[in-house]
Design a protein around this ligand. Structure first.
Ligand SMILES: C[S@@+](CC[C@H](N)C(=O)[O-])C[C@H]1O[C@@H](n2cnc3c(N)ncnc32)[C@H](O)[C@@H]1O
Length: 543
């Protein structure tokens, strides 16, 4: 699950006369916070201003399912973490067009000229090494070897991290606006409010008015139609997401599909508003997603498959790494003699278009060939070999022909944050796991002996993670786990089918790990060995 590309254009930055409030600089001490909360709690039911606030599961069965793997205490910590914003905004630099120093200068200029940085909030741009040091209290837990050094250097060159501060508790003291869940979660991640997200408001709102923005987090969705007039307090289960300034009159908010309706000036979490900023030079991507692609370690001359690629976040990072590695072994573009072809697939045609658009926007299109395909049916056994229309498919998807495969498939998404209501139905926790096995089967068939398969999900559901890895290891003796570089997440959960050595090889990002503060995520890195000529290790294992 990538950063929500809510919309672009952080427009409306010209502050109106009433927009004189600046974001709170100091985190509340407990006493001030408590007295503010007392005021707020007597006034309204605001979920996230309570200490015990945590993400709730729409279906209790999902909670019960997770309790089979996590203790109650652990799950509670995950729920609390999921209701908060991630610890870092991670920014990938498009090194084909720019470099880290230039992006830092551009971002400084952007924040200054848009008045978003009036209290110097976003002056600190951290490197990957910085966040490792913070994670390990000054130490760096990554081993020093040539491979690690090369990868850390590349991560330091091509990423920037901005730390999230908070929670700040501005008072929700202005006329109220209710936005939908998606919009509210985007605001918590740093976005402004775009017009389509506005659900309800007080009757008399004008451009320039200050407003308090609430997100509807009730279990059954917003009970009124869009444009509903709310008087006084919105009494449903709601989450206060910040104060802001209207950039439109009330009517326009409901009539237009485009543009910023409210510019947020006081936030709960200090995430920078970056939607639409330097659109061809930076890409917002969660840290575990970045780490996933580094596990592929793409090299010039390789044939690479991204099986579930839309909207293209990881595909474009693969292409970007290939571009950076171009000097180390020749040309890489599709069509070149010594080509490293990235085949990016998605089963949804309109989503494939999105991959193409992103590749073009980032000037990486020459590295990627995008196709609409069902990746659970790539192997020749799923294709009518006598049909001449399938000739190209059979040629491209030969068994054992890919050097590197990324399988970042559909998953239950039980790891997203910030999130106040988890809507995933219980059926998805098992159905997705079995569908992922069908995808894995195709990936294994297409992988070369000696090749790498990277499998990832953005969920904390062990059925889709550790248990699927155990499924692969138990059913495909040619598949072995290999170590990950970098490995900054936790090890696999115990009791989910993995042996102790294998548990240590997978990488699990637990939202409740405050030291890194990411979304929930899981990565496994496999290689394929030749089982016809067993290696000494295999012989020993067989004894
Ligand atoms: C988690 S998203 C992938 C995100 C992507 N890797 C990125 O980093 O931007 C999962 C994608 O799998 C696609 N998908 C689902 N079933 C598929 C199938 N059978 N074959 C190919 N793609 C599929 C979905 O359309 C969705 O775009």
């Amino acid at each position: 699950m990538e950063h929500n590309n809510v919309n672009t254009n952080d427009v409306g930055q010209q502050q109106t006369a009433t927009a004189t409030t600046t974001t709170n600089k100091v985190i509340m001490d407990n006493k001030t916070r408590d007295s503010k909360l007392k005021f707020v709690e007597t006034e309204m039911n605001v979920l996230n201003l309570r200490q015990d606030c945590m993400m709730q599961f729409k279906e209790k069965a999902v909670y019960d399912h997770l309790l089979k793997y996590y203790t109650e205490d652990h799950l509670k910590k995950i729920q609390v973490a999921c209701s908060q914003t991630q610890l870092y905004t991670s920014i990938r630099i498009n090194s084909i067009l720019t470099n880290r120093d230039q992006v830092i200068t551009d971002l400084r200029n952007h924040f200054t000229s848009n008045n978003n940085n009036s209290n110097n909030q976003f002056t600190s741009f951290l490197s990957f090494t910085d966040i490792l040091k913070e994670k390990n209290n000054g130490g760096n837990s990554i081993d020093n070897n040539a491979d690690n050094d090369r990868i850390i250097k590349s991560l330091n060159n091509d990423t920037i991290f901005i730390k999230t501060e908070g929670p700040f508790i501005p008072l929700p003291e202005y006329p109220q606006i209710v936005v939908d869940l998606l919009c509210g979660e985007s605001v918590l991640r740093g976005s402004h409010v775009f017009a389509p997200g506005v659900m309800a408001s007080e009757r008399y709102l004008r451009k320039g008015n200050l407003v308090s923005v609430f997100m509807d987090a009730s279990n059954n969705g917003f009970p009124f139609s869009r444009g509903h007039v709310i008087d006084n307090c919105y009494g449903q289960k709601c989450v206060f997401v910040g104060n802001g300034v209207c950039q439109m009159d009330r009517n326009e908010m409901y009539q237009t599909k485009y543009g910023v309706a409210i510019e947020i000036t006081e936030r709960i979490w200090s995430c920078p508003p970056l939607n639409g900023v330097l659109p061809d030079k930076i890409f917002l991507q969660h840290l575990p997603s970045i780490i996933t692609v580094y596990q592929l370690d793409p090299k010039p001359g390789e044939k690479i498959l991204d099986m579930c690629a839309a909207p293209g976040g990881k595909t474009t990072l693969i292409a970007s790494l290939l571009h950076s590695n171009k000097g180390n072994g020749g040309s890489t573009a599709v069509g070149d003699e010594k080509q490293a072809t990235i085949i990016a697939l998605d089963k949804n045609k309109s989503k494939v278009k999105k991959i193409e658009e992103l590749c073009t926007r980032l000037s990486l299109d020459k590295y990627v060939k995008c196709l609409t395909k069902d990746s659970s049916k790539l192997l020749p056994q799923h294709v009518d070999i006598n049909n001449p229309n399938n000739k190209d498919h059979l040629e491209l998807f030969k068994e054992g022909s890919f050097d590197k495969i990324l399988l970042d498939g559909p998953c239950s998404g039980l790891g997203a944050r910030p999130r106040f209501r988890e809507d995933c139905p219980i059926i998805d926790t098992t159905n997705t796991a079995s569908f992922q096995r069908a995808l894995l089967k195709n990936a294994i068939g297409l992988l070369k002996v000696g090749g790498l398969l990277v499998y990832s999900t953005c969920t904390i559901n062990p059925c889709e993670n550790e248990e699927n890895v155990a499924f692969v290891l138990n059913n495909y003796p040619q598949m072995k786990l290999v170590s990950q570089v970098p490995h900054i997440g936790q090890h696999g959960l115990k009791g989910c089918g993995l042996s102790e050595p294998d548990r240590l090889l997978v990488q699990r990002f637990d939202p409740s790990d405050d030291s890194i503060g990411t979304i929930g995520f899981f990565i496994a890195r496999f290689t394929k060995i030749n089982t016809d000529t067993p290696t000494p290790t295999l012989l020993t294992e067989g004894v």
